[in-house]
Design a protein around this ligand. Structure first.
Ligand code: ADP
Ligand code: MG
Length: 220
């Protein structure tokens, strides 16, 4: 994958210069690298949130980089779960409403949406907090809600961009383990950008983004 951006001074910044990898189902890939190395850019391209300059992203035999905007939106809704550093939950909605929302948007039955959301919040040890507005929850609790929201549609591809960047070490470990076990138990694929060596060590393989390419630590 290649991707560059135009800087305000008119200069082209080449962020990705031939980043390439393949992942198997059931596998979680960690992407590390200093701030500004292009981790978020890579995840945005994998999830079809931004357009590649050059290269292809293929998942389950579907070439994401060739989909029309409408098909891409449906693909994202059905197949991809995102967890961001800043959770992007809707602050005035309750925890369970936030988690159920992707299913309601996908026109699933209310009863199913709320029961699945309730189960995920239970897995996230948030029983009793379901009806709290998320703005009243702690940072760690909010990020657990965000992970539950990402998993509610049973995504086949889970993309996490520094998901534990704003939580303490205990919550980070718990979130990382929940994310990895979802991928392994469901034969999904996980890609996680992280600064944390302990989080990366939970994953199956680690790449370092350097000079716009993905390198395995033994290459460095
Ligand atoms: P990381 O997530 O590893 O910190 P990013 O992918 O966010 O890195 O950014 C990589 C580089 O690309 C940075 O120099 C950033 O400023 C630049 N960049 C990212 N998105 C844009 C954009 N939409 N427009 C211009 N520059 C961008
Ligand atoms: Mg980033």
């Amino acid at each position: 994958l290649r991707k560059s951006f135009l800087a305000p001074n008119g200069e082209q910044i080449e962020v990705l210069r031939g980043a390439t990898f393949t992942a198997k189902h059931g596998e979680v890939i960690a992407v590390t690298g200093p701030s500004g190395s292009g981790k978020s850019t890579l995840l945005h391209l994998l999830g079809g949130l931004d357009v590649v300059d050059h290269g292809t992203v293929t998942f389950d035999g579907i070439e994401i980089t060739k989909l029309t905007p409408r098909k891409l939106a449906a693909f994202r809704r059905q197949k991809i779960g995102f967890v961001f550093q800043f959770h992007y939950l809707l602050p005035d909605l309750s925890a369970i409403e936030n988690v159920a929302l992707p299913l309601l948007i996908a026109r699933e039955k209310r009863e199913y949406a709320y029961s699945r959301a309730g189960n995920l919040l239970e897995d996230a040890h948030l029983t009793g907090r379901e009806d709290h507005p998320v703005s009243h929850l702690s940072g760690g609790e909010q990020q657990r809600v965000a992970l539950a929201r990402a998993l509610v549609t049973h995504p086949r591809l889970l993309l996490a961009d520094e998901p534990t960047g704003n939580v303490d070490a205990v919550v980070a470990e718990e979130l990382g383990k929940a994310l990895v076990s979802y991928v392994r138990n469901n034969g999904a694929v996980g890609v996680m950008a992280t600064h944390s060596a302990s989080l990366a060590s939970l994953c199956d393989r680690t790449f370092v983004l350097e000079g716009g390419r993905l390198k395995e630590p033994r290459d460095l």
